[in-house]
Design a protein around this ligand. Structure first.
Ligand code: SF4
Ligand code: SF4
Length: 435
C-alpha cells in the first residue's frame, strides 16, 4: 500500500511522485488529509453547480471553495490539526449547500410528496434519463409533452417522481433499473434514447453509444453532447427506435418523503416511540458500489426488527427499496427521502425527532449505516461528523486514500466511526446499545 501519493509539483520524487513522504516535508497523514479536503470540495462543488443551474447562488460557498482549495497548494499549510478542523468546516459548508439545493428544488418543483413509481414500460418510444439533474429532466419533459415519447428515470433520478411540478408531466412514465452501475446492461437491453445528465455515467457499450447523449456537466467519448436544453435530437433519436411494449413492472417503488411530509406525522411518530412501538430509526443508503459485499445492506434491512423505521436515500436505496417492510400503525417502515443531496432531509428529520423527543441528535435511537463510493459521500460523511453524530457505520470498502492507520484512528477515536462487518454482528452491537 502506498503511504501517500502526490505529484502536484516539480519536486516530486524521481519526477514521478512522492509516495513515502513529500520532498516538501508533507507527511502521509497530512497528504491524505489534504486529499480528504479536496474530495469534500468536489462533493460541495457538485451540489453548488446544480443550485447555480437553477439560479441559486451563495457568496459564502463560492468564497469557501476557493479558500479551501488554495490551502492544499504546495507549501501553504502543513498543519494536520488545521486540516481536521477544515474537514469539519467543509462538512458544515456541505450542509449549507445541500440546504441551498433543497431550497432551489422545492421553489422550482414544489416539495415532494409520497409517490408510487411504475417500474414497467408503456407502449411508446422511450428516453431514459440518468444522473441527478432535475432541470435537464424537466426541460426534456416539456419538449415531449403530447407525444408518444415517454421519459423514464434511472438511478438517482427516481426521486424526481415525488416533485409536484415534475410528476404533473404525463410523459414521465416510471423508473427503469437500479443504481448507476446497472446502466451498461440496462441501456444495452432497452431500445431507448438515453440522456446522461451528471456524474455516474459510464463509458457506453458500442451497442447503445449512438443513442446516448450527454448534457450539462457530463461528457462521454464518442457520445453527442448537448449544450443548453434543446433536446430535439434526443427526441428524434427516440422516435427512430422501436416502441417499447406495454409491460407492467414486477413492483412499484415509493419515493417522496420530504421533511414536510414527515413533519405532518411527527406527533404520531412521537407517540409510537413513547409507547415502545418504534424502537429505533436507521438511515441506510449512500452511494452504491457494484460488489457482492454490498449485499450487506439488504441483508441488514431484512433482519431488522419490525419496530424499526428505515430512512433511505441516494442510489444505495436500490438495494432495499423493493422490500415490503409494511408500516407501524400507519407510519411506513421504509421512507425514501431522495437523492444523495437530500441527506439534508434525513438530517432535518433527525433534528425534528430530537426536538420532539426532548433529546439531542447524538442521543436519538438512530443508527446510520452508509455505503460509500465517491466524493459526494465524503462531503456528506463530514457533514454528519460536523453535526456531532457518532458511531456512523461505513462500508463496504474504504476508498484507498482513507486506508491509512493514522486517519482511521482519528475517525475511530474522535467520532467512533465503525467499519461494517456482517449484518448479524453489526445488528447485535446496535441493538445491544439500545438495552
Ligand atoms: S507538493 Fe510535496 S509531496 Fe507533493 S509532489 Fe511536491 S514535494 Fe512531493
Ligand atoms: S448516490 Fe453517489 S454513486 Fe449513486 S448515483 Fe449519486 S453520486 Fe453516483
Amino acid at each position: 500500500m502506498l503511504n501517500m501519493f502526490c505529484y502536484q509539483c516539480s519536486q516530486a520524487m524521481n519526477g514521478e511522485g512522492c509516495t513515502v513522504s513529500g520532498v516538501c516535508g508533507k507527511g502521509p497523514t497530512l497528504s491524505r488529509l489534504q486529499d480528504n479536503l479536496i474530495y469534500i470540495i468536489k462533493g460541495i462543488s457538485a451540489y453548488y453547480y446544480h443550485a447555480r443551474e437553477l439560479g441559486y447562488q451563495d457568496e459564502e460557498i463560492a468564497a469557501y471553495l476557493s479558500k479551501a482549495l488554495y490551502s492544499t497548494l504546495t507549501n501553504v499549510n502543513f498543519d494536520e490539526e488545521d486540516f481536521l478542523k477544515q474537514a469539519l468546516e467543509a462538512g458544515m459548508m456541505n450542509l449549507k449547500v445541500m440546504q441551498l439545493l433543497k431550497k432551489a428544488h422545492i421553489e422550482t418543483y414544489g416539495e415532494p410528496t409520497p409517490t408510487e413509481v411504475e417500474t414497467g414500460t408503456k407502449e411508446g418510444h422511450a428516453i431514459i434519463v440518468t444522473g441527478h439533474n432535475l432541470k435537464a429532466l424537466e426541460e426534456l419533459l416539456k419538449q415531449v409533452e403530447g407525444s408518444d415519447v415517454y421519459v423514464y428515470t434511472h438511478s438517482e433520478m427516481l426521486p424526481a417522481h415525488g416533485y409536484p411540478r415534475l410528476k404533473k408531466y404525463k410523459n414521465l412514465a416510471g423508473n427503469l433499473g437500479g443504481a448507476w452501475h446497472d446502466q451498461r446492461r440496462l441501456f444495452d437491453e432497452i431500445p431507448a434514447a438515453i440522456l446522461g445528465t451528471t456524474n455516474c455515467v459510464l463509458i457506453p457499450k458500442p451497442s447503445y453509444k449512438d443513442r446516448m447523449f450527454t448534457t450539462s456537466i457530463a461528457r462521454l467519448p464518442g457520445v453527442k453532447h448537448i449544450d443548453g436544453y434543446d433536446y430535439s435530437e434526443v427526441i428524434e433519436k427516440a422516435k427512430s427506435l422501436p416502441k417499447l411494449p406495454e409491460k407492467p413492472g414486477k413492483y412499484k417503488l415509493v419515493t417522496g418523503y420530504s421533511t414536510s411530509v414527515v413533519r405532518s406525522i411527527a406527533n404520531k411518530i412521537k407517540q409510537l416511540v413513547e409507547s415502545g412501538n418504534i424502537n429505533r430509526f436507521f438511515v441506510v443508503g449512500g452511494c452504491d458500489v457494484p460488489t457482492k459485499k454490498n449485499e450487506y445492506y439488504r441483508r441488514l434491512v431484512e433482519m431488522l426488527p419490525k419496530d424499526t423505521i428505515v430512512i433511505t436515500l441516494a442510489c444505495g436505496k436500490f438495494r432495499i427499496n423493493d422490500l415490503q417492510l409494511g408500516d407501524i400503525d400507519g407510519v411506513p417502515r421504509l421512507l425514501d427521502v431522495g437523492q444523495c443531496n437530500d441527506t439534508i432531509v434525513a438530517i432535518e428529520i433527525a433534528l425534528m425527532l430530537a426536538e420532539l423527543l426532548n433529546t439531542t441528535v447524538d442521543k436519538l435511537p438512530l443508527s446510520i449505516v452508509l455505503t460509500w463510493m465517491e466524493q459526494k459521500a465524503v462531503a456528506i460523511f463530514w457533514t454528519l461528523l460536523a453535526l456531532g453524530l457518532k458511531g456512523v457505520y461505513i462500508g463496504p470498502v474504504l476508498p484507498a486514500w482513507l486506508n491509512n492507520k493514522d486517519l482511521l484512528e482519528i475517525l475511530v477515536k474522535n467520532y467512533d466511526v465503525k467499519l461494517i462487518s456482517t449484518p448479524e454482528e453489526d445488528l447485535k452491537q446496535i441493538l445491544k446499545v439500545e438495552k
